[in-house]
Unconditional design. Structure first.
Length: 297
């Protein structure tokens, strides 16, 4: 299985309960999670950017994927993340990187393309449309920071995404959390938003709900179905990157098995395990720790 991953690499400065830490962020969590799913025949291709000053933060994990589409730039974004136990985290960027350079040849060698809108400026809608026109496989799209506008101080604030239908028409599987979902439509009711998104041709819609688990909506023969899975009951230590872990694990397993509920169960499990991690290198043990948890059940 070949999977192309698209999204910005960023440096996270995390402020959580008075503690400050510097960690690799952005598409890093998607890559780390996919690595935990790899089998002998699998290969990850990474389309992102990195700089020399921060390469050491990412090297151990990025050296395990194909870097044909990983470009060096002068500097990558740095993001201040203020973690709140109640509200959505606050994000402030020190700079915004513009659109990534996407591959445009031999795209159909990929079994799936996962796009995570880390900065919201990872790709343009025109790039997505071109990708869709030239690629016949599954496209997974995590709305992420596309849902947030930017003010003069580079604070990221939720806002309605203009003409989201143009994005949606190019997507097979969409992921959003509850706050992000409200930026996709003028409607406010979740069921109505889901129906509108299905009308654009999306096949699966995944809503992540933090400690309340996740719900997957599907549409078959004009009938909508939903599947919910509660979050793993576990002591929460880390809230950063859990949605990225969820998406990567879900997509890999859905491509592999085409089983909506099995992919949901595994995505919830791995995302829950990642919420117990405090160190970056812990992600190297993600598969092992998930297997241990399965053994407990």
């Amino acid at each position: 299985m070949n999977i192309l991953v698209i999204g910005h690499s960023v440096v996270d400065k995390i402020l959580d309960k008075g503690n400050v830490s510097i960690k690799p962020g952005g598409i890093f969590y998607t890559v780390a999670s996919l690595l935990s799913q790899l089998q002998n025949e699998d290969k990850i291709y990474l389309c992102s950017e990195i700089d020399e000053a921060n390469e050491n933060l990412f090297r151990k994990f990025y050296n395990l994927v194909d870097k044909e589409y990983l470009n060096f730039v002068d500097s990558i974004p740095r993001v201040d993340l203020v973690i709140d136990n109640v509200e959505e985290r606050k994000e402030t960027y020190s700079q915004i990187s513009k659109y990534l350079t996407l591959p445009d040849k031999n795209l159909n060698r990929f079994d799936g393309i996962l796009i995570n809108m880390i900065s919201g400026y990872d790709i343009s809608v025109a790039q997505l449309e071109k990708l869709r026109n030239n690629y016949h496989g599954l496209i997974y799209f995590d709305v992420h920071t596309l849902s947030r506008g930017i003010d003069k101080n580079l604070n990221r604030i939720f806002r309605r995404i203009e003409n989201f239908n143009n994005w949606a028409e190019c997507i097979d599987i969409l992921q959003a959390n509850e706050s992000e979902l409200l930026t996709l439509s003028d409607k406010e009711d979740e069921d109505q938003i889901i129906e509108e998104l299905f009308s654009f041709g999306i096949k699966l819609i995944i809503i992540t709900r933090a400690e309340r688990g996740a719900t997957v909506y599907s549409r078959e023969d004009g009938i909508s179905n939903s599947f919910h899975k509660d979050a793993l009951k576990i002591k929460l230590i880390n809230k950063v990157g859990c949605g990225d872990v969820f998406g990567a694990v879900y997509f890999h397993n859905y491509i592999k098995n085409k089983n909506v509920t099995l992919a949901l169960e595994l995505a919830n499990l791995f995302a829950g395990i990642s919420s117990t991690y405090s160190k970056v290198n812990d992600y190297l043990n993600l598969k092992r720790d998930a297997n241990k948890q399965i053994g407990k059940e």
